[in-house]
Design a binder for this molecule. Structure first.
Ligand SMILES: [Zn+2]
Ligand SMILES: [Zn+2]
Length: 360
């Protein structure tokens, strides 16, 4: 549904008109004082208000050679949300804008900057997308895409869409309340909010993910028994719910942490000792974390050990113990905020940060 037309050579955006202005326009048309020309190929049209109150334009029925493709309600809704986000952030926004050999759903303009927003509710191949992106580039326009169905070349199994600096493209879907939502890895953001963030430069392409310096970490204390003296006691492990600077999940490979185990990180150990001084942790028996000799590994390493007899608890043996401990409802969970050393991993992504702190 076109939202833009010319009435007596004046550009009119239907959703910008209040009810009175809209009625006045209708009257002028009726008395033949004015003519509506739709922006696509200069064809005549009419004003209409949908039963949900949306003001828009329609083609005169006699016209058959217009290339206007029917739009889905979702496409229209997305277009309106983008227009509103632009307006709210002082960008000029023109729906259905065409120039040279392209037409954008919404063209956003601020000073010399121009961004074309395109909603692909129906499928479009990567090839076609790249071709259209190239046309925008030739006109010095930055193209930004919202796909309901991601072109298959851009799909990846662990995230919604592969990030490409030259082709800003994001996955959208309609939620249960008919809102259009952007899926950014495991984060979901309403389209309108996301577009506002794009316009405010709160979204940036980054090659790496960086661990957020301050982390909320859950330490899990679980019950175990010494293999040698058979006395029950506790050990700890850390829930790997770490976050990147932009609040995505930061998966550490296995338990490795700069070649050391995150569970044995000095800061974590300090937090463990801190917990033992609290009322909840006061009675827990936990052996020291220190360097011990392992006959199995034939070397000294930083290890857990028995609270009572100081026997080493080998890392290999603890792998299953820790896994079971994580899922044992009897385990104690202790949440702390800890500053960890910076860790970076290669992972191109669109970094979204409202406080403009990016992974870089
Ligand atoms: Zn023991
Ligand atoms: Zn990031």
């Amino acid at each position: 549904m076109p939202l833009r037309a010319y009435i007596n050579n004046q550009e009119i955006i239907s959703i910008d008109q209040d009810d009175k202005q809209w009625e006045d326009l209708k009257k002028r048309l009726k008395s033949k004082e004015a003519v509506v020309i739709l922006s696509c190929y200069n064809q005549q049209g009419f004003l209409r208000t949908s039963n949900k109150g949306l003001k828009h334009f329609v083609h005169a029925k006699s016209i058959s050679h217009c290339d206007w493709k029917p739009e889905s309600p979702e496409h229209l809704r997305a277009k309106i949300e983008i227009l509103e986000a632009c307006k709210k952030n002082s960008w000029k926004a023109i729906p259905e804008f065409s120039e040279a050999n392209w037409r954008a759903d919404v063209l956003a303009i601020q000073n010399h900057k121009r961004i074309a927003f395109e909603i692909q509710w129906s499928k479009q191949t990567l090839e076609e997308t790249k071709l259209r992106q190239e046309r925008y580039k030739e006109s010095k326009v930055r193209g930004c895409w919202f796909f309901r169905t991601i072109p298959k070349e851009l799909r990846e199994y662990f995230r919604p869409i592969k990030a490409d600096k030259e082709l800003p493209a994001f996955k959208i879907f309609k939620d249960d309340n008919s809102n259009i939502i952007v899926q950014l890895k495991e984060i979901q953001i309403p389209l309108k909010t996301f577009v506002a963030c794009l316009l405010k430069s709160q979204v940036k392409y980054c090659e790496h993910i960086t661990l957020k310096p301050m982390q909320k970490v859950t330490i899990i204390f679980f019950m175990t028994t010494c293999w040698k003296c058979h006395r029950p006691q506790y050990l700890w492990t850390v829930d790997r719910n770490l976050k990147t600077v932009c609040n995505l999940d930061f998966y550490l490979m296995g338990s490795m942490w700069n070649n050391k185990d995150l569970d044995k990180n000095q800061k974590i150990y300090e937090a463990v000792k801190g917990f033992l001084k609290t009322e909840q942790g006061y009675n827990l028996k936990i052996g020291q974390l220190k360097t011990r000799y392992s006959k199995t590994a034939e070397e000294h390493y930083l290890s857990y050990g028995c609270y009572y007899c100081d026997s080493i608890f080998g890392d290999w043996f603890l792998r299953t113990e820790k896994m079971e401990g994580q899922h044992d409802p009897k385990s104690l969970r202790y949440e702390v905020e800890i500053e960890l050393e910076p860790v970076r991993e290669s992972m191109p992504h669109w970094c979204y940060s409202e406080n403009v702190q990016f992974c870089e």
